[in-house]
Design a protein around this ligand. Structure first.
Ligand SMILES: Nc1ncnc2c1ncn2[C@@H]1O[C@H](COP(=O)(O)OP(=O)(O)OP(=O)(O)O)[C@@H](O)[C@H]1O
Ligand SMILES: [Mg+2]
Length: 549
């Protein structure tokens, strides 16, 4: 509830700020707007929906040179329409509509026509995709003209290529400028729906400002008075408290719009674990042991973090575990620290816990039961003394599903027998250590189940990580061996060059003076003409004289 009130306050604050928004452009301010009463800020700001309607009706007729709408009124309207958008950003976006910004009045005139020339979203030059595209572009340029210097290439990189634009832009851009739309519409470009759940729908969007992809979850029903209100708020509260962890879907922002909660989260390009399992099942496949161990270890890491924050998830299941594919050549950022490197497996698949709608506190729980198929027996009995172990139970069942277990029962005898330590039959034989570990995770007594922290340290799971570490080390060792071999070859070449009898004494003298005492061939050493053995990157003329002495 607090979040909604806060939002309402925020809207109110922003609306009231409309009146104080000024324009430095006195020439435009001096206009006497004919229809200014229609969009009077003081009345329009109180009811954003009505106001949005009104502004739309105004924009239908594009502001011609004789437009009655002054620049200041446009800016005020935009602030009202997008309650939580910082004014500075909006005014920046207004500037972007003017390609050459000759004067403020022309800015108004350009608004409806200019969008054909500006991209609907910014292109973030740091995303792996853009870096890849730019380097491809750069290589192509280099191939085409060998003579091009670096600067030429670099200046091209900063330009928005048509390839980049077509990647992000819809084929036909809407005529209504973004500034007339809601925060969702003005800040994000929707690329498609990626999921529908009980809660609402999730959309893949690009944020216009930073050019990055996000998953935006929109509550299906209006927030006020709906049973989903608590779930929506729980999700936002939990995300805000949890902060960042590589195995928890990252949260960026949340706001209410038209009484619907909207949550902006990290976009996981691999979809959910359920999507992957469904696809595998269709092909008659399932996760093999190394993949099972990897899944179990990564989700345990996320759970360890959640539990150590004093919270429990209570809805762990394949549809709430998301997958990110780590780019093969990371251009920095996440995963660079030692700790994060440990979190990112060499397999390139990162599992993240998402959908925090059922999260509750361990110390003062308000339990909203999750999916009954994954529910631990003690939760049904309202015994909340070992809440984190309910997540472990659900994770155990998730692993069994990934191993190819048949669909889980929602209730009935089968449901009970699963909770009496009777594991379902699997299409593959698990090794005894993993089988025992899974069995322990599903123990009817929550105290017997391992904690998330114990799972993270468990040798059965760490073995996998240790194996991967060994592979990684072997790869690094090979690289080092190759480097050493190259250096040895260079050294060999240098020795040969130094002892070559074809060199004239004159050249030899020059080489020796350039190399100084660096040559190991003794007196009378020779060198290839034009090639210095030592100090190749240092300018030849060097003075060691002391300044002023
Ligand atoms: N961050 C994300 N990245 C990629 N896809 C996502 C993301 N969040 C949600 N989805 C997609 O949307 C679907 C529904 O999302 P979510 O689980 O958050 O909502 P829900 O209404 O609680 O669904 P359910 O009842 O199935 O748990 C997911 O199964 C997934 O396919
Ligand atoms: Mg979900």
């Amino acid at each position: 509830m607090a979040a909604v009130n806060e939002n309402a306050i925020q809207q109110h604050l922003n609306f009231s700020s409309c009146g104080e928004e000024d324009s430095s452009d006195s020439s435009v301010e001096d206009w006497v707007p004919v229809s200014v009463t229609l969009i009077s800020p003081s009345s329009a700001c109180r009811t954003p929906r009505v106001q949005r309607h009104r502004t739309r009706s105004v924009t239908v007729s594009p502001p011609a040179p004789t437009s009655p709408i002054p620049y200041s009124a446009w800016r005020k309207l935009r602030l009202c329409d997008s309650p939580s958008t910082p004014k500075s950003l909006l005014s920046k976006s207004a500037l972007s509509y003017s390609s050459s910004k000759p004067c403020h009045s022309q800015r108004v005139l350009c608004l409806p026509n200019a969008p054909d020339r500006v991209p609907a979203v910014n292109i973030n030059p740091f995303t792996p995709d853009t870096v890849r595209r730019n380097s491809r572009h750069c290589k192509r340029k280099n191939l085409r003209s060998d003579g091009d210097d670096d600067d030429g290439c670099r200046s091209k990189e900063t330009q928005t290529s048509s390839e980049d634009e077509s990647y992000f832009l819809p084929s036909k851009r809407p005529a209504v400028p973004a500034l007339m739309l809601s925060r969702y519409e003005s800040e994000f470009l929707e690329l498609g729906r990626i999921g529908v759940g009980e809660f609402g729908a999730v959309y893949r969007c690009v944020k216009r400002l930073d050019g990055c992809m996000y998953a935006i979850k929109r509550l299906r029903r209006p927030l006020a008075g709906s049973a989903n209100e608590q779930l929506a708020l729980k999700e936002v509260y939990a995300h805000a408290v949890l902060g960042h962890h590589p195995h928890v879907v990252r949260y960026y922002s949340a706001w209410a719009e038209d009484d619907h909660m909207i949550i902006q989260n990290e976009y996981c390009d691999g979809g959910s674990l359920l999507d992957v399992l469904t696809e595998k099942e269709e092909q008659g496949e399932f996760f093999r042991e190394p993949e099972l161990r990897d899944l179990l270890l990564q989700v345990s890491m996320g759970l360890k973090y959640i539990h150590s924050s004093g919270l429990v998830h209570l809805d762990i299941k394949p549809s709430n575990i998301f997958i990110c594919h780590r780019p093969s050549s990371s251009s920095g950022g996440a995963g660079d620290s030692e700790e994060e490197d440990d979190a990112y497996p060499s397999s390139g698949v990162v599992y993240k816990i998402g959908d925090l709608g059922h999260v509750t506190s361990i110390s003062s729980p308000q339990v909203e039961e999750g999916d009954s198929r994954f529910l631990a027996c003690e939760i049904l009995r309202e015994d909340y003394t070992h809440l984190p172990k309910a997540d472990i139970f659900a994770l155990g069942l998730t692993v069994l599903l990934a191993a190819g277990a048949p669909p889980l029962p929602q209730n009935g005898d089968e449901w009970h027998s699963l909770r009496q330590a009777q594991l379902p039959s699997l299409p593959q034989e698990l090794t005894p250590p993993l089988r025992n570990l899974t069995q322990m995770m599903l123990d009817p007594d929550p105290a017997v189940r391992p904690s998330a922290s114990a799972l993270c340290r468990h040798p059965v799971l760490r073995r996998e990580r240790a194996g991967k570490l060994a592979t990684q080390l072997r790869r690094e060792l090979n690289v080092e061996k190759f480097r050493t071999a190259m250096l040895e070859r260079e050294l060999q070449e240098a020795r040969l060059a130094a002892t070559s009898p074809q060199q004239s004494p004159l050249t030899s003298g020059r080489a020796t003076s350039g190399a100084g005492a660096g040559s190991d061939s003794g007196s009378g050493s020779l060198s290839r003409p034009g090639r210095r053995l030592v100090g190749r990157n240092v300018a030849r003329s060097m003075s060691f004289g002391c300044l002023g002495h």
